[in-house]
Each structure stands twice: as structure tokens, then as C-alpha cells.
Design a binder for this molecule. Sequence first.
Ligand code: MG
Ligand code: ZN
Length: 257
Amino acid sequence: MCTTCGCGNGRDDPEHRHAANPLAPWSAPAPLDQGTRLVSLEVDVLEKNDRYAAANRTAFAAQAIQAINVMSSPGSGKTSLLVRTIEAMRGARPAAVIEGDQETARDAERIRATGAPATQINTGKGCHLDAQAVGRAFATLAPAAGSVLFIENVGNLVCPAAFDLGEAAKVVVLSVTEGEDKPLKYPEMFRVASLLLLNKADLLPYVDFDVEFALQCARRVNPGLPAILTSAKTGVGIDEWLDWIERGRTPRVAVAR
Ligand code: MG
Ligand code: ZN
């Protein structure tokens, strides 16, 4: 269960069947004396997640996998951007993708059409990826050593920010069809990010989106946050994004035999 947002999340249930969540916000309010229990449950969930995240980090490092957790609200163009990115990387570096959505394998299919391996996690009622599910998906996917592993999180600007997946970096995507003040409304997501991609730049002539104001909002919560204007349609910013990925490439870690 997601204790950050109160949704049901089948983290221990591969079938993604969910029992009614007694702590969900739409159920009757819990008696006051349960407050302590709620807080400790949230700590337990995040501590357990952190243990799986540490295991993922070790597994990624052993094969020089550079994992990048890509997060945004739904509809910001994450999948299209990844398709364009993978096409631009072709021949230079292997890429693989773990896709997170509540339902369907549509995004994984779009990635596989590029020739890159992809696997889909369906979270059912859950609204974020957690480290245990990502670890399982990674074992199934078995990307080539030295790959960039993009983890496209469930479209949601809230609780994905709280869950470490073992990634090397978190990237937040904000499209120019959204409000410039999203970073102020959802500060935690923009605070944990190492890079902001301002996506759908090709639409700038048609929308009232003030790039400078959006950057101000983002840097108010995360001073110095680097940002790149990108478009999957025109390819603007893709080279810069690839350079940023390359600079974060992790050296292969020697593994004891
Ligand atoms: Mg998608
Ligand atoms: Zn969630």
C-alpha cells in the first residue's frame, strides 16, 4: 500500500489484486489513537523500499548500468521522448526501459518498436513504482552491461518522489502545456530531481507558457537545477540531454570473484 498518498498498492502481490485499504482517505477517518501507527507504517514501507533500492543499486553497479528514473505528471510526453532518445543513442550505447503504468503494456510496446528491450510493470491501483518491483523487472529484462536503463515512472507528481528505486539520477519532465507553477505546487518532485526537461518545446509558439517563470519556480524549490528544453517531435534538446546522460555515466565497479 502507498502510505504516502493512501492508495492501495500491490507491492507484495504479483497479481496486483488489492484488498480494500482501511487507511484510504475515502474510508471512515481513523480514531486519533491510530495516528502513531499510521506514521510508523509509513516509515516501515519506506525503510523496506530503501533496502530493495540498495540491492538494485548494487546490481546496477555490478554491470555498469546507468539507471535514470523519469518522472512527471501523465501526458508530459515521457514515452515519446524516450523513443526519440533511444533512436538518437542507437549504435552509441545500449538502452533498455522499465515502464510503469497502472494498466496496459502500450508504452513498453512503443519502446520495443525501437528495438530496445522493455518490460512493463502494471501497478494496478498503485500510483508509483517501488524498488522491489523494479528489481524484479530488472532481473527479467537483463539489459546488456553498460546500458542506460530508463525507468519511466507512473505519471504522478506526488509519491514517486518518495521512493528510491536504486537509480543514479531522477529526472523530472514538465511539458509546456502544463502550468509554469507546478514546481511550487508539487515541490518534492522538483526538489529530488537532478535535471528538469521542459518538454514539447515545439508547442511553445501556440501556448502561453513562460519558460523563464517556469525555471524560476523550479529553482525556487531546487536552486541551480539544470534544465533542457526538449521536443520529441523536432529533436531539439536531444543532443544536450544525451550529453547530460553521458556525463553521469557510472564507471564499471570491480566485482569480487
Ligand atoms: Mg508513458
Ligand atoms: Zn503512490
